[in-house]
Write a protein that binds this ligand. Structure first.
Ligand code: NAD
Length: 257
């Protein structure tokens, strides 16, 4: 799909990878609707992106807030062609810690934001995409890209909920792509390794350095958000990528500890 003049919703667009995706799509001439629960950073990001961008304060787990964000996007830009789901939380705990089990409320939160939130946004965005006229070349109506994680397969200690949520994001890719294929809408997952963002800045420095040192093959450094954004834009632009999960991790493989 040609990015120029298309309308993209980006969840988690106020920070990190979502913000970098916004920059990359803006460079291609897209109009952007950033959904995030952080209104201060969201408004700032939209202001920096200029008149082709808007911000909506949306919690991705809420049906009514997502619908309101979609309605506001349609009112401002008239259509939705691209939906990039970057909103996510990394909360971690061990299955058992000092004899206490993983708090179920924490499990529910991580699954709600990372997995249910992703599906909530994409299903409501698909309603709007289905109304688009197909592209003159290739019959496309929409593209959905969901952020999974290397943790989907290689979860670290403490990441049971996070890994399960991100494996769920990969799991829904094929059935959603099958459900929407007749409408000309693609669905793709992206699984990043370790990228330099505010989320990763929350990791203890020792842990981050150990990952870079022992687990990343080449280039031996964290990924730049712009490198992830480059892949996302390529997926939007390449009509033959569908129903799959692409890894972007410099060959990283997580070790046991
Ligand atoms: N940074 C990495 O190394 C890395 C690796 C693998 C996967 N990921 C995934 O990429 C995505 C983006 O991560 P990031 O590193 O940019 O993190 P980040 O913390 O910089 O950005 C996440 C954004 O999501 C927003 N958000 C959280 N909960 C929300 C909710 N309920 N509703 C709306 N917005 C919400 C936050 O406010 C924030 O702006 C996440 O899904 C993350 O799991 C990141």
């Amino acid at each position: 799909m040609i990015v120029h003049d298309k309308v993209a919703i980006i969840t988690g667009g106020a920070s990190g990878l979502g913000r970098a995706v916004a920059d990359a799509l803006a460079e291609g001439g897209a109009r952007l609707s950033l959904f995030d629960r952080d209104s201060e950073r969201g408004v700032q990001a939209a202001n920096e992106l200029g008149s082709a961008a808007m911000f909506e304060q949306v919690d991705v787990t809420s049906e009514s807030q997502v619908q309101a964000g979609i309605d506001a996007t349609l009112a401002r830009f008239g259509a939705i062609h691209i939906c990039i789901n970057c909103a996510g939380v990394p909360d971690a705990a061990k299955t058992l810690s000092d004899g206490k089990p993983f708090p179920l409320a924490l499990w529910d939160k991580v699954i709600a934001v990372n997995l249910t939130g992703t599906f909530n946004v994409l299903r409501l965005a698909a309603v709007a995409m289905a109304r688009n006229e197909p592209e003159p070349e290739g019959d496309e109506r929409g593209v959905i890209i969901n952020l999974s994680s290397g943790a989907a397969q290689d979860g670290q200690m403490g990441q049971a909920a996070y890994a399960a949520s991100k494996a769920g994001v990969i799991g829904l890719t094929l059935p959603v792509a099958r459900d929407l294929a007749d409408l000309g809408i693609r669905c793709v997952a992206v699984a990043p390794g370790l990228f330099e963002t505010p989320m990763v800045a929350g990791l203890p420095k020792k842990v981050a350095l150990a990952i870079v040192d022992r687990m990343i093959l080449f280039p031996r450094r964290m990924g730049q958000a712009s490198e992830l954004a480059h892949l996302v834009r390529s997926i939007v632009e390449n009509p033959y990528i569908n129903a799959t999960c692409l890894h972007i991790d410099a060959g990283a493989r997580m070790s046991t500890r």
